[in-house]
Design a protein around this ligand. Structure first.
Ligand code: ADP
Ligand code: X2W
Length: 257
């Protein structure tokens, strides 16, 4: 039997809320078995860009990342956000180690080809090349890997990579060695029929139902790429749930079928 691995992804709104962040990290640290955290921070990168008077451009939920924006996201994701999360986890007794994909060459990616949009320094992950041996080595050494949304191309170039995609790619790659569960945590109860009503939770979601809800406009914005990533992991036998960051260990949330 494969050992259990839980991969948790937390988004920018969770990181931006100190109480929510503290709660989810505490519950994360108490999860049984091997665990790995992936964090975003898009909201914080946009806030800091604004303070620096650097314009932010998003296309289909992805940040257009020119050289200046790459400097910002490297500082924000790899520095500010990742190191604060590591310090918090350490304060809670979890021996976490902060990583970009460049660290220990864990995740390589290739710069996204220019089609209708030039996304700049945005990386698409080479899932088959994810260094699962290095990650198992860290996990077996008692460390909890914490990834920010940065990868590299092994030619010296860092690349900005969506955190939801990082989480699903890691879950898919590690599902060969682990019985893997992926939990997307954000600031709502899960996938909702009405975004404004946390009681309109969809408890179980099939791919067909997702397509219908997308066509009807019930699922929109960042939830579309999140669920595309989530269903991709599901097709690789990863158990996937989408839930509120305050409900990490509670059954309330959306399970993908
Ligand atoms: N049907 C839906 N149920 C829940 N959230 C939805 C739905 N449709 C759109 N959303 C939006 O998707 C957002 C989550 O996507 P995103 O911002 O990418 O997440 P994260 O902060 O985890 O990166 C929610 O804040 C919400 O505004
Ligand atoms: C290429 C791309 O779009 N990268 C994302 C990475 C951060 C992220 O995904 O943050 P959340 O999970 O908080 O949205 C961005 O820069 O916004």
């Amino acid at each position: 039997m494969k050992p259990k691995l839980t991969i948790v992804k937390i988004g920018g709104n969770v990181i931006d809320d100190p109480e929510m962040l503290q709660t989810v990290l505490k519950e994360f640290g108490q999860l049984d078995g091997a665990k790995l955290l992936v964090h975003g921070g898009g909201k914080i990168a946009s806030d800091i860009s604004k303070r620096l008077k650097i314009p932010t451009q998003m296309v289909d939920g992805r940040r257009v990342t020119d050289a200046t924006t790459l400097e910002v996201v490297t500082m924000v994701y790899g520095g500010l956000v990742n190191k604060n999360i590591i310090a918090l986890l350490q304060s809670l007794g979890t021996d976490a180690i902060g990583l970009t994909g460049a660290d220990a060459n864990t995740i390589t990616a290739h710069k996204r080809a220019v089609k209708e949009v030039d996304y700049g320094f945005v990386g698409d992950i080479d899932v088959a090349n994810i260094n699962t041996k290095k990650l198992s080595f860290l996990i077996n050494g008692g460390l909890v890997p914490v990834f920010c949304a940065l990868t590299h191309d092994k030619q010296g170039q860092l690349l900005n990579t969506n955190a939801d995609t990082m989480a699903s790619s890691l879950a898919i790659a590690l599902s060969g060695e682990y019985d893997t569960e992926l939990i997307y945590c954000f600031e709502k109860n899960g996938v909702l029929l009405d975004v404004e009503d946390d009681n309109s939770l969809i408890r179980e979601l099939t791919y067909l139902h997702f397509q219908q809800l997308k066509d009807d406009g019930v699922i929109h914005q960042g939830m579309i790429p999140k669920l595309d990533n989530a269903f991709l992991a599901k097709r690789h036998n990863v158990g996937v749930t989408v839930k509120h960051a305050l409900n990490l260990t509670s059954p309330i949330g959306t399970s993908l079928l």
